[in-house]
Ligand binder design. Structure first.
Ligand code: ADP
Ligand code: ZN
Length: 720
């Protein structure tokens, strides 16, 4: 038999597929070791066939076949081929999505631990430590050798082992990242509304189920019950959440409910832990994969359900090749397995809700919070009035009043501002000079704690200016407020309040967010100040006040989705208030208090918002009534970038000219941010009526240039 083997998936930019002679047992998806040049390489069998076009004696033999079962199963191979075709992307690159990092390199480590087992009593003479060690082990029967060595010394254990009293053996173990989580928890008794939702999912003949429920309506409980049902049928499930929602609370809940049937894949795990969790899924030991976007590639068989929680979240789109949307992959898998795909959100994307309204998805609505708990009341603070009345602080008088009450009653508050650092811009008041990054065409942000300027695009740091490099002036102004400034103003105003800050600067490291969220939930702080990281999924029962400091930030962003983002953000952040017994309050600060989006948001009127936004998008032909496609061309040498741009522009222009009925907008230009990390950025921007031309646009963008990157984005999250 002949096997087509793809090699060098870790680093190659193009597919290297070679034929090898294989015996009958080799099947597609198997991981193999093959002779490659003068050495050996790890590879994956993509397919097998009877005959080669080359003379068989010219072909080399597969040297070694790794693990049983094959690392890549049939469904994964199918998906891999489909994704490579859809996004015109090398299979090697796509395969990486399906494998844990440790396996991509071909070097595999499984963890072995040494265990000591009690065999028999022996004479230990005057060796007191040996006697103590043996007595201890006799009691326990078996334990990790390391534990004994630490307690009684390595020589004691060695001595006992030599006398045959103890057997020390290496055993394969699975690294369990969540050993400390609770063992068991009972499910809630579902409310009638939850029961109705669950049975609607069961009865529906649609593949996609949209669970539209206000924050705190008990969606999580519905997902878990649906998953429990699927497990009973002997099937498996995938449960996706935004990375930021994978809180210890959430993990504990899952572990308690499904114990070791759940495998958790998230970025906080070590490579080894991820590897073990992955294999537990692959060999069927674990039946539920929980994780962020990439868990959609979990190697589960007999899928019975896929859940995408907070489906509107932008983290579900990949921003590296292949630039897939998680929903698209989930739909492929749901169809392949004949199972259902549940999308859940309090604020579904316009695109999703439209499909539900049109009947393509089954729509299930949960309109009330659990126990009829009221939604928090949202008050608008008009910041124009505040300025008029001489209040220069970032806090309106309404917010100050509520904050004081909240502190006095020993409750907790969350203040939300989607801008980190101290100030947004640093401007010379003499000449108008704005400090910018040398590698990116963007203004720098002042960070007071380190007293430096930082670029939020490439992370570069610069010394704070003592004088303007342009005119020598010394009157430097800090424009705009960031989270650091909010904290320093709060400290001045409420010196005894305990304040925590959560943003990209405070959450570095593996446990970054967990630490802050834990401290806040243990009530070691009164006020949490944060960026959109704090908006999602967290359940803090003592929070009774939420302040949205600048609701206009995302509103005036030049993106067709800015209204949608603002509505989502206001709803999500407000949803953090008053989740337990107390009724929550929200103060929303804005300079445009009459804005429609904000009006719908404070009334919790998703339908009103949806109808308004739908009409607007339809009238202006924006998605979901069209498709935005951006071809991005970037590289360090501007001349070469422009050359590459021309190369892709001409075939696309021809396509456009031949299909005028498909085109709503077409232009080539510099990207809004002209340079990031020293790479120049040019783009071809298109708005298309539908998907008809998309495959050919991908074709046109295949470039052989090595120093220029050309890629296609469909409805990108970010058009900067
Ligand atoms: P959502 O995901 O819709 O925001 P959650 O699933 O977090 O809502 O539920 C909100 C709160 O209600 C949680 O504290 C949860 O434990 C509780 N809860 C959910 N379902 C029930 C139920 N059937 N009975 C009692 N409490 C429930
Ligand atoms: Zn920069």
């Amino acid at each position: 038999m002949i096997a087509e083997v793809i090699v060098d998936i870790a680093s190659s930019e193009v597919d290297k597929i070679f034929e090898y002679v294989a015996d009958e047992t080799v099947c597609p998806g198997a991981r193999v070791k093959v002779p490659f040049g003068r050495t050996y390489a790890a590879g994956f069998v993509m397919s097998v066939k009877e005959k080669s076009e080359y003379p068989q004696d010219k072909l080399k033999k597969i040297a070694f076949v790794y693990d049983e079962p094959p690392a890549i199963n049939e469904e994964s191979l199918f998906l891999c081929n489909a994704i490579a075709r859809r996004y015109r992307c090398p299979k090697a690159l796509v395969l990486r999505l399906f494998l844990p990092a440790e396996m991509r390199t071909g070097k595999v480590s499984e963890r072995f631990l040494r265990f000591a087992t009690f065999v028999k009593e022996v004479e230990t003479g005057r060796a007191k430590k040996q006697a103590a060690c043996l007595a201890y082990l006799k009691e326990k029967g078996k334990c990790e050798a390391k534990e004994l060595e630490e307690a009684f010394g390595a020589s004691a254990l060695k001595g006992l082992s030599e006398k045959g009293a103890v057997l020390v053996q290496r055993e394969k173990t699975v690294r369990s990242p969540y050993a400390s989580l609770p063992e068991k928890a009972e499910a809630h008794v579902l409310t009638p509304e939850q029961e109705r939702a669950l049975s609607s999912i069961g009865k529906s003949d649609r593949t996609v189920q949209l669970l539209h429920g206000v924050t705190g309506s008990g969606k999580t409980e519905i997902y878990l019950s649906a998953i429990a049902k699927v497990l009973k049928e002997g099937k498996s499930a995938i449960f996706l959440v935004p990375e930021i929602s994978l809180t210890p609370q959430m993990l504990a809940q899952l572990r308690a409910r499904f114990s070791s049937a759940v495998a958790i894949l998230h970025s906080g795990l070590s490579a080894g832990e991820r590897f073990d969790e992955w294999w537990r899924l692959r060999n069927g030991e674990a039946k539920i994969a929980v994780g962020a976007r990439s868990a959609i590639f979990a190697p589960l068989e007999h899928l019975g359900m896929i859940v995408i929680d907070e489906e509107h979240d932008s983290s579900y789109s990949s921003e590296a090749a292949p630039r897939y949307r998680t929903f698209d992959i989930a739909l492929m898998r749901a169809k392949y397995n004949g199972c259902k795909l549940i999308l859940g959100s309090a604020t579904p994307s316009i695109e999703t809700y439209l499909k539900a309204e049109e009947g393509e998805f089954n729509l299930i609505s949960l309109k009330k919070r659990i126990n009829q708990h009221p939604m928090p009341e949202i008050t608008i603070a008009d910041m124009r009035e505040e300025v008029k009345h001489g209040n220069p602080s970032p806090f309106s008088s309404a917010l100050q009043e509520e904050l004081e009450k909240c502190l006095k009653e020993k409750k907790q508050a969350i203040l939300f501002l989607n801008r980190r650092g101290y100030s947004q811009t640093v401007i010379c008041q003499e000449c108008g000079y704005v400090a910018e990054c040398e590698a990116c065409d963007v203004p720098l942000t002042y960070h007071s704690e380190e007293n430096c300027l930082k670029c939020h695009y490439c992370g570069a740091r610069y010394k704070m200016l003592s004088a303007c490099p342009n005119c020598g002036g010394v009157r430097i102004r800090y424009g705009g407020t960031g989270t650091q400034r909010v904290v320093s103003e709060l400290k001045k105003k409420y010196p005894s309040a305990r304040i925590l800050r959560m943003d990209n600067d405070t959450t570095s490291g593996k446990e970054g967010h967990y630490r802050i969220l834990k401290e806040f939930s243990e009530r070691k702080a009164d006020i949490l100040v944060g960026t959109q990281m704090i908006a999602k999924g967290h359940d803090f029962p003592a929070v009774t006040l939420v302040g949205i400091l600048d609701a206009d930030m995302s509103l005036h962003f030049s993106d067709y989705r800015s209204g949608e983002r603002t509505f989502q953000l206001v709803t999500q952040v407000s949803g953090r208030s008053g989740r337990a017994e107390e009724v929550g309050k929200v103060v929303l600060q804005t300079y445009s208090p009459k804005n429609y989006i904000l009006r719908y948001a404070i009334g919790y009127d998703y339908k009103g918002f949806f109808e308004y936004e739908k009409r607007l998008r339809k009238a202006t032909s924006f998605p979901p009534f069209s498709k935005i496609v951006r071809v991005m061309v970037t590289g360090e040498d501007e001349g070469e970038v422009v050359e590459a741009l021309k190369e892709v522009y001409f075939p696309i222009k021809q396509l456009v000219d031949e299909n005028p009925e498909e085109i709503l907008f077409f232009n080539k230009m510099k990207a809004p941010i002209k340079r990031i990390q020293n790479k120049f950025r040019y783009q071809i921007l298109m708005r298309l009526k539908g998907d008809a031309l998309i495959p050919r646009i991908y074709d046109a963008c295949q470039t052989k240039r090595r120093n220029v990157l050309v890629y296609v984005e469909e409805n990108p999250n970010n058009l900067s």
